[in-house]
Design a protein around this ligand. Structure first.
Ligand SMILES: Cc1cc2nc3c(=O)[nH]c(=O)nc-3n(C[C@H](O)[C@H](O)[C@H](O)COP(=O)(O)OP(=O)(O)OC[C@H]3O[C@@H](n4cnc5c(N)ncnc54)[C@H](O)[C@@H]3O)c2cc1C
Length: 308
Protein backbone atom coordinates (compact mmCIF):
# COMPACT_ATOMS: atom_id res chain seq x y z
CA UNK A 1 0.00 0.00 0.00
CA UNK A 2 2.85 2.39 0.83
CA UNK A 3 4.62 2.04 -2.52
CA UNK A 4 2.10 4.07 -4.59
CA UNK A 5 2.04 6.81 -1.91
CA UNK A 6 5.82 7.11 -2.02
CA UNK A 7 5.77 7.17 -5.83
CA UNK A 8 3.17 9.98 -5.75
CA UNK A 9 5.41 11.89 -3.29
CA UNK A 10 8.31 11.47 -5.70
CA UNK A 11 6.53 13.94 -8.03
CA UNK A 12 6.11 16.62 -5.32
CA UNK A 13 8.50 19.58 -5.24
CA UNK A 14 7.67 20.28 -1.59
CA UNK A 15 8.54 16.72 -0.64
CA UNK A 16 11.72 16.92 -2.71
CA UNK A 17 12.84 20.02 -0.78
CA UNK A 18 11.93 18.45 2.57
CA UNK A 19 13.66 15.12 1.94
CA UNK A 20 16.73 16.59 0.28
CA UNK A 21 17.33 18.90 3.26
CA UNK A 22 16.49 16.43 6.05
CA UNK A 23 19.39 15.50 8.33
CA UNK A 24 20.12 11.79 8.01
CA UNK A 25 18.98 11.60 4.38
CA UNK A 26 22.50 11.33 3.02
CA UNK A 27 23.29 8.23 5.06
CA UNK A 28 20.35 6.37 3.45
CA UNK A 29 20.93 7.82 -0.03
CA UNK A 30 24.53 6.57 0.10
CA UNK A 31 23.29 2.99 0.20
CA UNK A 32 21.83 3.34 -3.31
CA UNK A 33 23.93 6.10 -4.92
CA UNK A 34 27.58 5.25 -5.55
CA UNK A 35 28.87 8.84 -5.34
CA UNK A 36 28.26 12.36 -6.56
CA UNK A 37 31.09 12.76 -9.08
CA UNK A 38 32.98 10.74 -11.69
CA UNK A 39 35.98 10.76 -9.34
CA UNK A 40 33.90 9.12 -6.64
CA UNK A 41 32.32 6.48 -8.89
CA UNK A 42 35.55 5.31 -10.57
CA UNK A 43 36.81 3.39 -7.47
CA UNK A 44 33.35 1.80 -7.15
CA UNK A 45 33.59 0.60 -10.77
CA UNK A 46 37.11 -0.72 -10.17
CA UNK A 47 35.99 -2.52 -7.03
CA UNK A 48 33.07 -4.20 -8.85
CA UNK A 49 35.07 -5.23 -11.91
CA UNK A 50 37.86 -6.48 -9.61
CA UNK A 51 35.30 -8.88 -8.11
CA UNK A 52 34.38 -10.25 -11.54
CA UNK A 53 31.23 -8.12 -11.86
CA UNK A 54 30.24 -5.86 -14.73
CA UNK A 55 28.53 -2.49 -14.37
CA UNK A 56 26.02 -0.28 -16.10
CA UNK A 57 26.34 3.37 -15.13
CA UNK A 58 23.46 5.76 -14.60
CA UNK A 59 24.10 9.48 -14.12
CA UNK A 60 21.00 10.40 -12.09
CA UNK A 61 18.94 13.50 -12.92
CA UNK A 62 15.73 12.78 -14.80
CA UNK A 63 13.79 15.86 -13.66
CA UNK A 64 15.19 18.44 -16.04
CA UNK A 65 13.19 21.42 -17.32
CA UNK A 66 15.41 23.18 -19.90
CA UNK A 67 17.34 22.22 -23.08
CA UNK A 68 20.53 23.45 -21.36
CA UNK A 69 20.07 20.87 -18.62
CA UNK A 70 19.51 18.19 -21.27
CA UNK A 71 22.79 19.19 -22.95
CA UNK A 72 24.52 19.10 -19.55
CA UNK A 73 23.22 15.54 -19.04
CA UNK A 74 24.71 14.53 -22.38
CA UNK A 75 28.02 16.14 -21.38
CA UNK A 76 28.03 14.34 -18.03
CA UNK A 77 27.83 11.00 -19.86
CA UNK A 78 30.53 12.09 -22.32
CA UNK A 79 32.79 13.01 -19.40
CA UNK A 80 32.13 9.60 -17.84
CA UNK A 81 32.90 7.77 -21.10
CA UNK A 82 36.12 9.79 -21.40
CA UNK A 83 37.17 8.49 -17.97
CA UNK A 84 36.16 4.92 -18.78
CA UNK A 85 38.32 5.01 -21.87
CA UNK A 86 41.40 5.32 -19.66
CA UNK A 87 40.29 2.31 -17.59
CA UNK A 88 40.02 0.08 -20.68
CA UNK A 89 37.02 -1.85 -19.39
CA UNK A 90 35.21 -2.09 -22.75
CA UNK A 91 31.84 -3.82 -22.57
CA UNK A 92 32.30 -4.56 -18.85
CA UNK A 93 31.18 -0.98 -18.13
CA UNK A 94 28.17 0.13 -20.13
CA UNK A 95 25.82 3.10 -19.79
CA UNK A 96 22.12 3.25 -18.82
CA UNK A 97 20.31 6.43 -19.80
CA UNK A 98 16.90 7.92 -19.15
CA UNK A 99 15.68 9.83 -22.20
CA UNK A 100 13.76 12.26 -19.96
CA UNK A 101 17.15 13.52 -18.81
CA UNK A 102 18.10 14.14 -22.45
CA UNK A 103 15.07 16.38 -22.97
CA UNK A 104 12.32 13.94 -24.01
CA UNK A 105 9.59 15.70 -22.04
CA UNK A 106 10.41 19.23 -23.28
CA UNK A 107 8.94 20.90 -26.42
CA UNK A 108 10.21 18.98 -29.45
CA UNK A 109 11.47 16.48 -26.92
CA UNK A 110 11.59 13.38 -29.09
CA UNK A 111 14.06 14.95 -31.57
CA UNK A 112 15.96 16.70 -28.77
CA UNK A 113 16.43 13.47 -26.81
CA UNK A 114 17.56 11.64 -29.95
CA UNK A 115 20.03 14.41 -30.81
CA UNK A 116 21.44 14.40 -27.26
CA UNK A 117 21.67 10.64 -26.83
CA UNK A 118 23.27 9.89 -30.22
CA UNK A 119 26.73 11.33 -29.34
CA UNK A 120 26.68 9.31 -26.11
CA UNK A 121 25.94 6.10 -28.03
CA UNK A 122 28.69 6.99 -30.54
CA UNK A 123 31.24 7.68 -27.80
CA UNK A 124 30.32 4.45 -26.00
CA UNK A 125 30.75 2.44 -29.22
CA UNK A 126 34.14 4.09 -29.78
CA UNK A 127 35.43 2.63 -26.49
CA UNK A 128 33.88 -0.79 -27.12
CA UNK A 129 30.82 -0.53 -24.95
CA UNK A 130 27.07 0.02 -25.26
CA UNK A 131 24.15 2.09 -24.03
CA UNK A 132 20.82 0.80 -22.73
CA UNK A 133 17.73 3.02 -22.79
CA UNK A 134 15.91 2.73 -19.45
CA UNK A 135 12.10 2.46 -19.45
CA UNK A 136 10.30 5.30 -17.69
CA UNK A 137 6.54 5.86 -17.31
CA UNK A 138 4.28 4.37 -19.98
CA UNK A 139 3.58 7.70 -21.73
CA UNK A 140 7.25 7.91 -22.77
CA UNK A 141 7.65 4.44 -24.23
CA UNK A 142 6.53 4.88 -27.86
CA UNK A 143 9.14 7.62 -28.17
CA UNK A 144 11.76 5.51 -26.37
CA UNK A 145 11.20 2.50 -28.66
CA UNK A 146 11.29 4.73 -31.77
CA UNK A 147 14.61 6.25 -30.61
CA UNK A 148 15.91 2.77 -29.84
CA UNK A 149 15.03 1.60 -33.36
CA UNK A 150 16.64 4.69 -34.90
CA UNK A 151 19.88 4.27 -32.90
CA UNK A 152 20.07 0.57 -33.73
CA UNK A 153 20.38 1.38 -37.45
CA UNK A 154 23.94 2.57 -36.76
CA UNK A 155 24.55 0.94 -33.36
CA UNK A 156 22.67 -2.39 -33.33
CA UNK A 157 24.01 -3.25 -29.88
CA UNK A 158 21.99 -0.42 -28.24
CA UNK A 159 19.79 -1.97 -25.55
CA UNK A 160 16.39 -1.12 -24.15
CA UNK A 161 14.25 -2.00 -21.15
CA UNK A 162 10.77 -3.52 -20.97
CA UNK A 163 8.54 -3.60 -17.89
CA UNK A 164 6.59 -6.75 -16.99
CA UNK A 165 3.79 -4.79 -15.26
CA UNK A 166 2.61 -3.20 -18.54
CA UNK A 167 0.01 -5.00 -20.66
CA UNK A 168 1.84 -3.94 -23.83
CA UNK A 169 5.10 -5.64 -22.87
CA UNK A 170 4.42 -9.17 -24.09
CA UNK A 171 3.97 -7.80 -27.60
CA UNK A 172 7.07 -5.56 -27.25
CA UNK A 173 9.05 -8.62 -26.13
CA UNK A 174 8.00 -10.64 -29.19
CA UNK A 175 9.10 -7.79 -31.45
CA UNK A 176 12.41 -7.30 -29.62
CA UNK A 177 13.44 -10.95 -29.19
CA UNK A 178 15.31 -10.86 -32.50
CA UNK A 179 18.92 -11.56 -33.40
CA UNK A 180 21.37 -8.92 -32.16
CA UNK A 181 19.00 -7.21 -29.73
CA UNK A 182 19.81 -6.58 -26.06
CA UNK A 183 16.75 -6.35 -23.83
CA UNK A 184 16.55 -5.84 -20.07
CA UNK A 185 13.38 -7.15 -18.48
CA UNK A 186 12.31 -5.60 -15.14
CA UNK A 187 9.09 -5.63 -13.11
CA UNK A 188 8.57 -1.84 -13.46
CA UNK A 189 9.12 0.96 -10.95
CA UNK A 190 6.62 3.73 -11.79
CA UNK A 191 3.07 4.44 -10.61
CA UNK A 192 0.92 3.20 -13.47
CA UNK A 193 -2.88 3.14 -13.76
CA UNK A 194 -4.92 -0.09 -13.94
CA UNK A 195 -5.83 0.78 -17.54
CA UNK A 196 -2.27 0.00 -18.70
CA UNK A 197 -0.62 -2.12 -16.01
CA UNK A 198 -1.14 -5.09 -13.69
CA UNK A 199 -1.46 -3.87 -10.11
CA UNK A 200 -1.21 -7.20 -8.33
CA UNK A 201 2.31 -8.46 -7.48
CA UNK A 202 1.49 -12.07 -8.37
CA UNK A 203 0.11 -10.99 -11.77
CA UNK A 204 3.28 -8.97 -12.43
CA UNK A 205 5.47 -11.95 -11.53
CA UNK A 206 3.50 -14.21 -13.88
CA UNK A 207 3.80 -11.67 -16.69
CA UNK A 208 7.56 -11.42 -15.98
CA UNK A 209 7.95 -15.17 -16.47
CA UNK A 210 5.96 -15.11 -19.74
CA UNK A 211 8.12 -12.28 -21.10
CA UNK A 212 11.31 -13.91 -19.88
CA UNK A 213 10.37 -17.13 -21.71
CA UNK A 214 9.84 -15.15 -24.94
CA UNK A 215 13.26 -13.50 -24.56
CA UNK A 216 15.08 -16.72 -23.64
CA UNK A 217 13.51 -18.64 -26.53
CA UNK A 218 14.19 -15.76 -28.93
CA UNK A 219 17.44 -14.85 -30.62
CA UNK A 220 18.41 -11.72 -28.71
CA UNK A 221 20.45 -11.25 -25.54
CA UNK A 222 18.24 -11.18 -22.41
CA UNK A 223 19.29 -9.08 -19.42
CA UNK A 224 17.38 -10.12 -16.29
CA UNK A 225 16.97 -7.06 -14.06
CA UNK A 226 15.65 -8.37 -10.75
CA UNK A 227 16.62 -9.20 -7.16
CA UNK A 228 13.77 -11.69 -6.80
CA UNK A 229 15.30 -15.12 -5.93
CA UNK A 230 12.33 -16.98 -7.47
CA UNK A 231 12.66 -15.17 -10.79
CA UNK A 232 16.42 -15.68 -10.84
CA UNK A 233 15.97 -19.43 -10.38
CA UNK A 234 13.29 -19.46 -13.12
CA UNK A 235 15.61 -17.51 -15.45
CA UNK A 236 18.38 -20.08 -14.91
CA UNK A 237 15.92 -22.89 -15.67
CA UNK A 238 14.52 -21.17 -18.78
CA UNK A 239 18.06 -20.44 -19.99
CA UNK A 240 18.96 -24.13 -19.60
CA UNK A 241 15.78 -25.27 -21.39
CA UNK A 242 16.41 -22.84 -24.25
CA UNK A 243 19.93 -24.30 -24.63
CA UNK A 244 21.66 -21.04 -23.75
CA UNK A 245 25.20 -21.01 -22.41
CA UNK A 246 25.80 -18.95 -19.25
CA UNK A 247 27.28 -16.08 -21.26
CA UNK A 248 24.26 -15.91 -23.57
CA UNK A 249 22.24 -13.91 -21.06
CA UNK A 250 23.07 -11.85 -17.98
CA UNK A 251 21.70 -10.89 -14.60
CA UNK A 252 21.53 -7.28 -13.49
CA UNK A 253 20.94 -5.91 -9.99
CA UNK A 254 21.05 -2.47 -8.43
CA UNK A 255 24.03 -1.12 -6.51
CA UNK A 256 23.37 -1.48 -2.79
CA UNK A 257 20.73 -4.21 -3.07
CA UNK A 258 21.51 -7.90 -2.36
CA UNK A 259 25.24 -7.34 -2.93
CA UNK A 260 26.15 -10.86 -1.73
CA UNK A 261 23.96 -12.25 -4.47
CA UNK A 262 25.90 -10.24 -7.10
CA UNK A 263 29.09 -12.02 -6.10
CA UNK A 264 27.44 -15.44 -5.67
CA UNK A 265 25.95 -15.46 -9.18
CA UNK A 266 29.21 -14.26 -10.73
CA UNK A 267 31.09 -17.02 -8.87
CA UNK A 268 28.66 -19.56 -10.38
CA UNK A 269 29.84 -18.42 -13.82
CA UNK A 270 26.98 -16.05 -14.63
CA UNK A 271 27.45 -12.60 -16.11
CA UNK A 272 26.31 -10.19 -13.38
CA UNK A 273 26.04 -6.49 -14.07
CA UNK A 274 25.53 -3.98 -11.27
CA UNK A 275 23.40 -0.95 -12.15
CA UNK A 276 25.43 1.80 -10.54
CA UNK A 277 23.75 5.18 -10.15
CA UNK A 278 25.70 8.30 -9.23
CA UNK A 279 25.33 12.08 -9.31
CA UNK A 280 23.76 14.83 -7.26
CA UNK A 281 20.17 14.81 -8.54
CA UNK A 282 19.27 11.50 -6.91
CA UNK A 283 15.75 12.32 -5.64
CA UNK A 284 13.58 10.44 -8.22
CA UNK A 285 15.87 7.39 -8.24
CA UNK A 286 16.01 7.30 -4.44
CA UNK A 287 12.22 7.56 -4.03
CA UNK A 288 11.69 4.59 -6.37
CA UNK A 289 14.06 2.54 -4.21
CA UNK A 290 12.06 3.51 -1.10
CA UNK A 291 8.79 2.59 -2.84
CA UNK A 292 10.07 -0.86 -3.83
CA UNK A 293 10.67 -1.86 -0.25
CA UNK A 294 8.68 -0.03 2.43
CA UNK A 295 11.14 -1.34 5.07
CA UNK A 296 13.59 1.14 3.51
CA UNK A 297 11.18 3.90 4.52
CA UNK A 298 11.28 2.80 8.16
CA UNK A 299 15.08 2.82 8.05
CA UNK A 300 14.99 6.25 6.40
CA UNK A 301 12.50 7.61 8.97
CA UNK A 302 14.64 6.34 11.84
CA UNK A 303 17.77 7.85 10.34
CA UNK A 304 16.09 11.26 9.90
CA UNK A 305 14.72 11.19 13.46
CA UNK A 306 18.04 10.23 15.08
CA UNK A 307 20.00 12.86 13.18
CA UNK A 308 17.34 15.54 13.50
C1 LIG B 1 19.38 -3.54 -13.16
C2 LIG B 1 18.02 -2.96 -12.98
C3 LIG B 1 17.60 -1.98 -13.85
C4 LIG B 1 16.31 -1.45 -13.72
N1 LIG B 1 15.85 -0.58 -14.68
C5 LIG B 1 14.55 -0.19 -14.63
C6 LIG B 1 13.98 0.59 -15.68
O1 LIG B 1 14.64 0.95 -16.65
N2 LIG B 1 12.67 0.95 -15.57
C7 LIG B 1 11.89 0.56 -14.50
O2 LIG B 1 10.71 0.88 -14.48
N3 LIG B 1 12.43 -0.16 -13.48
C8 LIG B 1 13.71 -0.53 -13.53
N4 LIG B 1 14.22 -1.29 -12.51
C9 LIG B 1 13.45 -1.47 -11.24
C10 LIG B 1 12.49 -2.64 -11.33
O3 LIG B 1 11.42 -2.30 -12.19
C11 LIG B 1 11.94 -3.00 -9.95
O4 LIG B 1 11.25 -1.91 -9.41
C12 LIG B 1 12.99 -3.43 -8.96
O5 LIG B 1 13.97 -4.23 -9.56
C13 LIG B 1 12.36 -4.27 -7.84
O6 LIG B 1 11.84 -5.46 -8.35
P1 LIG B 1 12.52 -6.90 -8.16
O7 LIG B 1 12.44 -7.60 -9.45
O8 LIG B 1 13.87 -6.75 -7.58
O9 LIG B 1 11.53 -7.68 -7.20
P2 LIG B 1 10.93 -7.34 -5.79
O10 LIG B 1 9.89 -8.38 -5.55
O11 LIG B 1 10.52 -5.92 -5.68
O12 LIG B 1 12.14 -7.57 -4.82
C14 LIG B 1 12.69 -8.85 -4.55
C15 LIG B 1 13.61 -8.71 -3.34
O13 LIG B 1 14.71 -7.86 -3.67
C16 LIG B 1 15.02 -6.97 -2.61
N5 LIG B 1 14.73 -5.57 -3.04
C17 LIG B 1 14.08 -5.17 -4.16
N6 LIG B 1 14.05 -3.82 -4.24
C18 LIG B 1 14.67 -3.37 -3.12
C19 LIG B 1 14.97 -2.07 -2.62
N7 LIG B 1 14.62 -0.97 -3.28
N8 LIG B 1 15.61 -1.98 -1.44
C20 LIG B 1 16.01 -3.09 -0.77
N9 LIG B 1 15.77 -4.36 -1.19
C21 LIG B 1 15.10 -4.49 -2.34
C22 LIG B 1 14.15 -7.37 -1.47
O14 LIG B 1 14.85 -8.33 -0.73
C23 LIG B 1 12.96 -7.99 -2.15
O15 LIG B 1 12.28 -8.90 -1.33
C24 LIG B 1 15.48 -1.87 -12.63
C25 LIG B 1 15.93 -2.85 -11.76
C26 LIG B 1 17.17 -3.42 -11.94
C27 LIG B 1 17.58 -4.51 -10.99
Amino acid sequence: MLGPVILAASRSDRMRRFISAAPGTKQVVDRFIAGETVDQVVPVIEDATGKGLEVTLDVVGEDITTPEQAAAARDAYLELIGRLEGLGLGARAEMSVKLSMFGQSLDGGHELALANVRPVVEAAAAIGTTVTLDAEDHTTLDSMFAIHEELRKDFPQTGCVIQAYLFRTEEDARRLAAAGSRVRIVKGAYKEPASVAYQDKAEIDKAYVRVLRTLMEGEGYPMIGSHDPRLIAIAQELGRKAGRKLDEYEFQMLYGIRSDEHVRLAAEGHRMRVYTAYGTDWYGYFMRRLAEKPANLLFFGRSVLTKG
